[in-house]
Ligand binder design. Sequence first.
Ligand code: ADP
Length: 667
Amino acid sequence: MNTPRIEKILIANRGEIALRVMRTCRKMGISTVAVFSDADVRSPHVRFADEAVRIGPAPSTESYLNISAIIEAARRTRASAIHPGYGFLSENADFAKACRAAGIFFIGPGEEVIRKMGLKTTARRLLAETGVPLVPGYDGEDQSVSTLHKQAREIGFPVLIKASAGGGGKGMRIVAAAAQLDSSIESAKREAAKAFGNDTLLLEKYIERARHIEVQILGDSQGNLLHLFERECSIQRRHQKVIEESPSPALPPGLRERICETALSVGRAIGYTSAGTVEFILTPPGEFFFIEVNTRLQVEHPITEMTTGLDLVELQIMIAEGHPIPFSQGEIHQTGHAVEARLYAEDPLNDFRPATGACHTCQFPPAIEGIRIDSGIESGAEVGVYYDPMLAKLIAHGPDRNQALRKLEHALRGTTIHGLRTNRDFLVRMLEHQDFRSGEIHTEFVSEHLEDLIRRISPDEVKLGAAAAALFLHQTLERDAQVLPNIPLDYRNNPYRDPSIRLSVDGEAIEVIWKRLADRRFLISIGDWQVEAEPVEFAPSGIRVSFDGVQRFFRVTQIDDRLFMDLPSGACEVVRLPRYPIHSALAEQADASAPMPGVVSKILVAVGQEIHAGEPLIILEAMKMEQTLIAATDGIVEAILVKQGDVVAPGDVLVHIGATNSTDEGE
Ligand code: ADP
């Protein structure tokens, strides 16, 4: 058979997925072209590729979503195919069409399939005729509020409102009762119109304590269609997956076969080619319903690769070249258990808000058998507001679930991200959680167990961290002390006081006092707490200390007076405080400042306007979140320090609020 050969692929994506696709290309002897925005000039995916082309400024609408710039980049580099990765243009039928029109292979399904499955309402209507079980719901074209009300009552509360064109959990609202329906419809419509340019809504019965089960399918242009078994993705936050595993711990063999068979009937009904995913909701009694088809490679595809031993990107490329799938259904087996955790730049202690800034140190544990790390980040990288905050995926494979979970937990503990807050400790706590370990999971797991999952570091460990930080700083000063080298660093003119240092550990002020007992032995006190410490080894990457006879290495990154540290149960940030506390100006309390990095999407007040506590001032948007800043006190808007479209950092003052001209000033 004379099939075309793909010699060079442009990857229309960034971060870990761009790198992951390029690795397979390299393995297959295919050249790669990266595309990049101005924010990604020095990103790893740009350096890894054989060639790279700038496609526009940082905002994705002007770069990674810019169809003509990407097609032009492929033309200039003579790439014969484009792999879209996930997100961005991966499910954009117009993009697939533009590729075809330019004579470039689009590595994915045909544009008609993408279009058919692109709207959840039309996908449901199409599949309703095939007998695939659908969640009770309303997918009609009449979108009037009265119809939506009537339909919601018929479905029965709780009802889930979804944006038909949605993705990434955006535009979704759980509505518990009819009284909330109006406001939820309105806000879902607004969010959907803004994010997807389409405000069509879908109503579904909200299934409580459900499981998310999805099936990987693979089709070729000869009409072969196979499934590569299921993935369970029930651990979610704001309807977005955080931990995924394969096989699902919840499926008895008969049910697995029925779900996989149903996924194939969905694939057949739409004539699916390439790699795709059919998603289902599984109810607590074991009934399952179709929710959607994702017509692309999924973030969590590596767990399928690890359990089946297949390379999905390689298969996608072969299928795009016109080759048939080189094996039959009976030859695919699920071996062992795989689990993936998504590492995000976000702050679980602050409502999982996205974190931005410099990632000073990024280090993953050394490669061991059964551990795969797909990362798009490296030391020195800046994490900005423009793209998804996922930094990396850690995937573990073991002979059974317990062994896979244990490996993954170990790999996460061995991961260092210093400079940015991440969800690493949240993930570790999840893997340690008894109910998670026993497989008792569902899509509300995170909200139900939030307290356990975002537990802070224990007070004793904070003290240990403060002691290690004090020794690290002491060693740094000792190393750097060039003047009067013969005088010990802790020499004091005052013989009655031991040397001390004031630190803030994750915001808590701590005074650490130490007394030298012998050349390298110290007695460290924090309040009544005491420990004997012996620094064993000092390196720029951290300090090895023996505390009361137990040695441990504390990973540290020092940036001026800030230390980013890893303690046994989590990361923390230590700041060296000045000897005397600085009084903060009381007047600043009324001002509104940014609680997270983001872009100012709307200013709701004007200078001179009188406002009352609780009133909205500004809408900020960061990555996938929108947040309204509200006034903390009554007052007058004295100045607005930002304009629409500005990028702001956490703590930046956005609106100055002055006192109202009331007569009762003072007390
Ligand atoms: P998106 O395309 O935005 O990812 P999905 O339709 O795939 O939206 O749903 C995202 C998640 O929301 C699912 O994984 C599931 O956890 C939850 N979900 C979706 N539909 C339902 C439903 N009818 N009942 C309960 N949970 C649901």
